[in-house]
Design a protein around this ligand. Structure first.
Ligand code: ATP
Length: 313
């Protein structure tokens, strides 16, 4: 190697890796209904992103766009650089999808369903399927029509993982799974991301999201309204304060604080919720009226996400 080559090696930075999932300005309409309204979302390798939002906010539509089942009205969605609409075949090889309601042919056994899906997924690994089935206590010889709701969900998980996909798209994946299987499922997702894969987890179970996700994206009416690590979102959560005062305090003094909500004045007790930035101003106002007793707590992730749902209604 020449000196010049060496200097090239020492100064060059590793090329930034293509994101596992990228949505840029993705919009999708169904007639007059705007299901997605300019969604930007990136998943990096090793990441689990919790994707939460009220019913009808656009989570499943996002997943269907990523699976190449829906064409965005505008914007672009890619998986590891492949266009989800124009190069959906490559995308299907890379993606494992667990739906909330697996629509599997009731006449087939687990193994038969797997074999049917082989071409779509660019091949499956029977050894991997057996391993995942064993860990979920699932018999792949079961006929879909004879299987319980939870057993069909386990089958959907095996189908999603059997081709060792890079990216998992999980839409309410633990619906119907018993707690032991839920835990095993989360272990499987953790192993997937530890090995450099990634997962988008759509869920209404916020405790599950908080435990599993590295980052949370909150969707409301087709738009991203909040995004951050669970700790960052919690840090932005309102403080709920309740105080007993020595002298009465006019309701307006609390109501007029920036971002104040749930304001109540009852006798010598006052209470309200304020964003973290307004806490010092609230404390100063309370102090002017002589604080005799004080309760103060910050909302947890679940309470603050629910507030985002309500705020943007
Ligand atoms: N095929 C369709 N035709 C017409 N409207 C649709 C279609 N699919 C979704 N929508 C509408 O798009 C919006 C977003 O729906 P979507 O299913 O993506 O929401 P979601 O966040 O997954 O909801 P949920 O939490 O209830 O599963 C809703 O208003 C829904 O009625």
């Amino acid at each position: 190697m020449t000196t010049m080559d060496q200097s090239r090696v020492s100064t060059s930075r590793p090329a930034p890796r293509t994101p596992d999932v990228s949505l840029r300005g993705v919009a999708r309409r169904f007639g007059d209904v705007v299901a997605l309204d300019g969604v930007d979302l990136t998943l990096g390798p090793g990441e689990v992103v919790g994707f939460v939002g009220p019913n009808g906010s656009g989570k499943t539509t996002t997943v269907r766009v990523l699976l190449g089942l829906l064409r965005p009205t505008s914007g672009r969605a890619t998986v590891r650089g492949w266009d989800c609409w124009q190069q959906s075949q490559q995308v299907h090889h890379l993606v494992g999808y667990v739906p909330a309601e697996p629509g599997l042919d009731p006449r087939l056994t687990g193994w038969q369903v797997m074999r049917r899906s082989r071409r779509l997924r660019g091949g499956t690994d029977d050894g991997r399927a057996e391993e995942v089935a064993r860990r979920l206590d699932l018999d792949l010889g079961v006929r879909v029509g004879d299987a319980s709701r939870g057993t069909r969900q386990k089958l959907a998980v095996v189908l999603a993982l059997a081709h060792r996909p890079a990216v998992l798209l999980l839409d309410e994946p633990t619906t119907g799974l018993d707690p032991v299987s839920q835990r095993e499922f989360h272990r499987l997702v953790g192993e997937q991301t530890a090995a450099g894969g990634s997962a988008l987890l759509c869920s209404h179970v916020l405790s599950e999201v908080e435990q599993t996700a590295d980052r949370v994206v909150v969707l409301r009416a087709g738009q991203v309204v909040a995004e951050g690590t669970p700790a960052q979102l919690r840090a932005r959560s309102p403080f709920r304060v309740r105080a007993r005062l020595g002298t009465s305090m006019p309701y307006e003094l609390l109501r007029d604080l920036p971002g104040a909500a749930d304001v109540r004045v009852e006798g010598d007790w006052v209470q309200c919720a304020v964003p973290p930035a307004a806490l010092p101003a609230l404390c100063a106002r309370l102090a002017e009226h002589g604080v005799l007793d004080l309760e103060c707590g910050q909302d947890d992730l679940e309470q603050s996400v629910l507030a985002w749902y309500r705020e943007h209604r």
